[in-house]
Design a protein around this ligand. Sequence first.
Ligand SMILES: Nc1nc2c(ncn2[C@@H]2O[C@H](COP(=O)(O)OP(=O)(O)OP(=O)(O)O)[C@@H](O)[C@H]2O)c(=O)[nH]1
Ligand SMILES: [Mg+2]
Length: 290
Amino acid sequence: MTTSPATPKKVGMAVLVGRSNTGKSTLLNNLIGTKVAITSPKPQTTRHIIHGVLNDERGQVVFVDTPGLFKDVPDILTSRLNEKAKDSLDGIDLVLYVVDPRRHIGDEEKNIHRLVLQSDKPKILVLNKSDVKRPFLDEYLAWGKDFDKVVDISAREARHLKPLIDAIYELAPVGEHPFYPPDQLTNVDNRFFLAEVVREKIFLAMHDEIPYTVKVEIEETERRENGIWYVKAIIITNAQRAKKILIGAGGRQIKEIGQAARKELESITGEKVFLDLEVEVDERWQERFE
Ligand SMILES: Nc1nc2c(ncn2[C@@H]2O[C@H](COP(=O)(O)OP(=O)(O)OP(=O)(O)O)[C@@H](O)[C@H]2O)c(=O)[nH]1
Ligand SMILES: [Mg+2]
């Protein structure tokens, strides 16, 4: 009996880029089957580069989630997020350009399209949100010729992700050394994820500009004697006015945010969580944001 030589493994970094709100983080979570990135209907939810790792018999793909790209950069935070997203196109093996064909192609989308085409790496055009009506689908389909592959998916419903994953493995380079050990799913550590869950609940609960005035830090996590997992998180905002809104009348708003975050943390960990939230003002946190 003869044995065929082992197929060489694929090892690749695939970056998810696109405008804000196209569903990049939702896609990342569903590609790897675990929530590592927070998502929300508001733009500019993602602020940090997040890796999600997929391993199968074909090899390892690391998905790199990025902040949405903007045309106009009215403030320092947006400008930093744009830089991060652009920098993340360096040193990768594959570009997944995620678009939302419910939205008309305007100047912002054209800028990103141009940026994506500057990369000499294989590219996949990901037409997201196939579960809803997409009036501008034809406009995006006309871009298909610029890409190695076009896939039509619903990230939220995890629909047609297999053909996308197959295309990614096909286009990824052969490599000998995986980036992550087989049991590691992400570059995100527990503390960061805890803070992100709180930030997600702020994005979901608060209107207008409030989510953009806020960052979250974890001050303490401790296993208490009664088995409860104690977490102290500080919500840092840049104005007294925003602090007042975040706390709400009689503390109702902060309580709602805390309950939503606690419920999610309990359902992820299967443990009892006591989440202690405080709001502080630091007028200049955005200037120091990295
Ligand atoms: N209908 C529908 N909604 C989706 C789909 N994928 C994502 N969404 C929604 O689109 C919104 C934005 O999703 P995110 O994953 O946060 O988008 P993002 O591209 O990461 O956004 P930024 O981090 O701000 O750049 C959320 O309300 C998601 O639930 C999809 O396939 N179908
Ligand atoms: Mg995101």
